[in-house]
Write a new protein. Structure first.
Length: 115
């Protein structure tokens, strides 16, 4: 979550479980951003796996704009869970969100991390 408009109390009131995996938002991303992503993505994946294994299996993945960081996590998930390569995963997501992972430098960073 990159938006501070919701508080932990708000989420608890509605019994949401959440993972606050703040991927950086720099455009273009820096070397430090890449290090942060390499640390956060595996944790986010484990959280998603736990949530999806529950009876309802409903999740929401979102960042501030829902374009770059959200897509990055989703491509990472597709790769880790199903072995879908970067290009195929990105193409699949772009088929429903044409501007996914378009911020300057983000596709290149994702490609390096997911290679």
């Amino acid at each position: 979550m990159g938006d501070d408009s919701l508080t932990e109390e708000d989420l608890a009131q509605y019994e949401f479980e959440y993972f606050d995996g703040r991927l950086p938002g720099s455009v273009p991303p820096t070397e430090d951003d890449e290090k942060i992503c390499r640390g956060v993505l595996p944790e986010a994946y484990r959280f998603l796996e736990r949530q999806l294994s529950k009876d309802d299996g409903i999740i929401l993945i979102h960042c501030f704009g829902g374009i770059d960081r959200t897509t990055f996590l989703m491509v990472y998930y597709l790769k880790e869970k199903y072995g879908i390569g970067f290009d195929a995963g990105l193409a699949q997501l772009r088929s429903v969100r044409h501007n996914a992972l378009m911020a300057v430098g983000w596709e290149n960073m994702a490609r390096r991390i997911l290679a």
